[in-house]
Design a protein around this ligand. Sequence first.
Ligand SMILES: Cc1ncc(COP(=O)(O)O)c(C=O)c1O
Length: 398
Amino acid sequence: MTDDLFSPALAELAENGLLRRATAFDGGDGRTVTLDGKRYLLFCSNDYLRLSHDPRIIEAVKEGLDRYGFGSGGSRLISGTRAPHAQLEKAIAEFLRAEAALLFSSGYSANTGCIPALAGKGDAILADKLNHASLVDGCLLSKADFHRYPHRNMAALEKLLQKTAGAKTRWIVTDGLFSMDGDLAPLDALCGLAKKHHARVYVDDAHAFGVLGANGRGTAELFGVGESVDITVGTLGKAAGGMGAFAAGKKSAVDFLLNKARSFIFSTAMPPADAAGNLKAVEILADFHEGRKRFLEGIENFHTRLKVQNLETSSKTYIIPLVIGEAGATVSTAKLFWDGGVFLQAVRPPAVPEGTSRLRLTLSLAQTDEDRETLLAVMKKALPAGAEEENGPSKRKR
Ligand SMILES: Cc1ncc(COP(=O)(O)O)c(C=O)c1O
């Protein structure tokens, strides 16, 4: 092939501030990253509880490598299942107080496998407009009718429930804690509507698993609606500090997914050593009350500090969107943070809707009070009062 098919498309992305690159850091410890010899404070990781560097988990992975080797050598239903996979599924189910759980290689593959398995021809999916891309893709892969309601708008959801009354099964599909906005699905109201209209509930709790709720079981625990959620998906790549994901629910639902979710059936199983590391992570999460309390108190303090500095956003959680608006301007603002020694990323379409590009700031247990003071000072500089008026609080409080 002599003509260049891709360069014009890449040039167009660059022109619109939408070109992406994967930054390869020289090192990192969960709190900082090093790039070209310069150390940055890390403020965009999903490793909320810093379990990625927990020595107990690292040891479990090493033991797993010695015992089982590197790869699983096959898909779960052929030859890839080892003891740690089964133990991990049992531990996740116990932690969540669910009947059963099924592992996937990632949250992306969980959603793109589970949703098309659960909802097919004659069914309807009702999904929040700001759901994560993996949920959207799962819905698009499904043969069910796909409807989207405005973000967290329960009146609009009820209208859709009335409109789709003729569908065989209705699935309400939502993030628990929204990945790019840091706000929560109103699960109490949502589950109430599901009950009233005989719909099923699918919650992707990727960002809340291990953190929110009295025992870290996630948003369903936070809202006290565990019994009303049919399928909970979570990833092990965020607060659990590793990689992989699960779907949990009634045993019959999990057995059904094992037989029907194509991303489970037709994909190599997670390496057994990773399963052993994830198992240790879930055991740690089940007993992480003190750390979780410390983390959540730190978040509350940080939001108070943001308010005092007139930098408040709509978020009350550890995911804090600083909405700038235009993609190019967001990239330029990210660079100001880097200059100040703080690493975070510009999040642009298609990860977020057009015109709402943002810096996605995350808090983690790795950060010290001092780190967060440094961040606040950089925010003050990089988001000057003028820019705030033009692009700031009103948009940030979207
Ligand atoms: C809500 C949500 N679901 C699923 C995923 C994908 O999970 P994973 O990174 O394990 O593929 C993400 C990742 O950012 C997410 O935010």
